[in-house]
Design a protein around this ligand. Structure first.
Ligand SMILES: NC(=O)c1ccc[n+]([C@@H]2O[C@H](COP(=O)([O-])OP(=O)(O)OC[C@H]3O[C@@H](n4cnc5c(N)ncnc54)[C@H](OP(=O)(O)O)[C@@H]3O)[C@@H](O)[C@H]2O)c1
Length: 234
């Protein structure tokens, strides 16, 4: 494994972001995680171990992002995993929810990167999280499909504008052991599993492994990587 690195995970207090942070702490990396609440972020950082620090950051409030990131030191690897959940359809369109979630991912991710530009090391790399709702919508996914599709465009323009910094995106399918899905009834998960060629849903470990690959491989750039067990083929 490479030398010790500094990793910032925005949305690192839960789920996939936390998994990525935990693995980096275990490797001996210097890790900062963020969540909206300082107390929760600090508590999760404590649980992860001595190499982790927690900070408060609400990326749905883009004007405050730079101040919230002021304490962060140099960044070798940056992961943007933050999300909030949403049900929205064009028939029952909730403009407030749509603005909130679009701001969080489409403006918040970019403003966080903008604020961090002076801190990115010359060989830095970035992983953005979208999701397969961009290609496979479900009832109520109108905003989620839109913003996750937007992550692809974001990733491409940033890979060009930020060069030589590398920028890639991960689009998970249903991650069966993530907090959002792990509490669903088994018959619901079974339906998705049975449509997946591997017969299994992706795990948080699978997604974290992919994030590490994208962050560390010096020639992978501008890639949208689906982690879905081949779900999109069926
Ligand atoms: N899980 C899946 O099956 C799946 C599928 C497709 C795509 N994805 C994508 O993968 C990424 C991670 O998903 P996950 O399920 O692991 O997430 P999760 O467990 O719901 O965690 C979300 C994280 O985002 C943070 N967060 C929420 N609102 C925020 C805000 N306004 N500003 C800053 N941080 C905020 C949360 O921190 P606090 O609550 O502490 O603020 C938490 O750390 C997301 O981008 C998601 O779209 C996941």
């Amino acid at each position: 494994m490479a030398d010790q690195s500094s990793l910032l995970v925005i949305g690192g207090t839960s789920g996939i972001g936390r998994e990525i942070a935990a693995r980096a702490v275990a490797r001996g990396d210097d890790v900062v995680i963020s969540g909206r609440d300082a107390g929760r972020a600090g508590q999760v950082a404590k649980e992860l171990g001595a190499g982790a620090t927690g900070i408060a950051l609400d990326i749905a409030r883009p004007h405050d992002i730079a101040d919230a990131l002021a304490s962060v030191g140099s960044v070798d690897h940056l992961v943007l995993a933050a999300i909030d959940r949403d049900q929205n359809s064009v028939q029952e369109y909730d403009v407030g929810r749509a603005i909130y979630l679009s701001t969080l991912k489409l403006v918040g991710y970019i403003e966080a990167i903008h604020a961090l530009l002076p801190k990115l090391t010359p060989t830095a790399s970035i992983v953005l999280f979208g999701g397969l709702a961009k290609d496979r919508p479900y009832p109520g996914s109108t905003t989620v499909s839109t913003i996750n599709g937007g992550v692809t465009g974001m990733m491409r323009t940033l890979a060009v504008e930020l060069r030589p910094v590398r920028v890639n995106a991960i689009h998970p399918g249903i991650v069966g052991d993530s907090p959002f899905w792990a509490v669903r009834p088994d018959h619901v998960l079974h339906g998705y599993r049975s449509r997946t060629p591997t017969g299994q849903l992706a795990t948080m470990a699978d997604v974290a492994d992919a994030a590490e690959f994208l962050l560390r491989n010096n020639s992978v750039n501008g890639v949208d990587l689906n982690i879905d067990g081949g779900w999109m083929l069926t």
